[in-house]
Design a protein around this ligand. Structure first.
Ligand code: SAM
Length: 279
């Protein structure tokens, strides 16, 4: 693919605005237009929703989202050096891009738009999991977003989609799969980025389940933290310190106290959360 719009090529934008990548901001820029377009397309029809993008950087993915027909893109960027380049994009696309300067951890995307929101981002690796956890643990469900299409290090992607029996199965997988359908869409070679990261990346997509199993969220977070915190131990040992009568609670959840965290599926953890939520 030669070009997606009439704006200057990303390498020129980076040189013109002096956007040498900063490790502290998790900056690995995606300059391959085939890949940015593929990510934008994989999020489906964008013409009826607001896209929230975290960390647009020099704007490669941002441009692909706008070229793919996004009605509106709201992009949150911490690095002020990127703002002039993003402003050029906003002007080119007739104001369909709004840029918010700041830390995405301090913004709730729900407050940024009224209609349906899709979150699409090549996330900075240092805050990616924290951002995802925030979007997964909203009090209301279904949440304010209709899908998340996010790039992570592949190892994190595998944890998000992880199920019982997978090596990467853990807390993140329980939480994500309790409330969402999760998929890894495709991997990206380090060479696709400037500078190349040390690891393979993956695009992960999450869609909210309409009716996840009813579950006390805080209790689920506590139970999974204890169970996977000592994942080699049997539940009767790993959950012992959580509340009195741990063994009886595990049995009340219909599980064997001798089972280990990695053998318990999402429904099992939901049952444990209920059992450990009781006084
Ligand atoms: N979207 C661009 C791309 O695909 O080439 C850049 C992705 S780069 C992996 C991550 C971006 O997130 C950088 O532009 C970085 O400055 C920005 N960033 C890092 N921490 C952030 C934060 N807490 N809030 C908002 N943006 C952040």
């Amino acid at each position: 693919m030669a070009q997606i719009d009439d704006l200057p090529p990303l390498r020129e934008v980076i040189a013109e605005h002096g956007l040498d990548a900063r490790k502290s901001l998790g900056q690995n820029f995606l300059l391959d237009l085939n890949l940015t377009s593929r990510i934008a397309r994989s999020a489906g029809d964008l013409s009826e929703c607001t896209v929230v993008e975290v960390g647009p950087g020099p704007g490669g993915l941002t441009r692909a989202l706008l070229a793919a027909g996004a009605k509106k893109v709201i992009a949150i960027e911490k690095d002020t050096r990127c703002l002039p380049a993003l402003d050029q994009i906003s002007q080119h696309y007739g104001g369909r891009l709004e840029v918010i300067e700041g830390d995405a951890l301090k913004h709730n995307p729900a407050d940024l738009a009224d209609g349906p929101i899709k979150i699409i981002a090549n996330l900075p690796y240092n805050v990616g999991t924290q951002l995802l956890l925030g979007w997964l643990t909203t009090p209301e469900w279904p949440p304010f977003w209709t899908s998340l299409t996010l790039m992570f290090q592949k190892e994190v992607g595998q944890r998000i989609v992880g199920q019982t029996g997978d090596k990467a199965y853990g807390r993140l997988g329980v939480l994500a799969n309790w409330r969402c359908h999760t998929d890894i869409l495709f991997d990206l070679n380090p060479k696709a980025f400037t500078p190349p990261p040390k690891v393979i990346s993956a695009v992960v997509q999450l869609h909210p389940r309409e009716t996840p199993l009813e579950c006390p969220l805080k209790a689920l977070e506590r139970v999974t933290a204890h169970a996977f915190g000592q994942r080699r131990k049997m539940l009767r040992a790993s959950l012992k310190g959580l509340k009195p009568d741990a063994e009886a609670r595990i049995e009340a959840a219909g599980l064997k106290p001798t089972a280990r965290a990695e053998e318990i599926d999402v429904a099992g953890f939901v049952a444990l959360a209920h059992a450990f939520d009781q006084d």
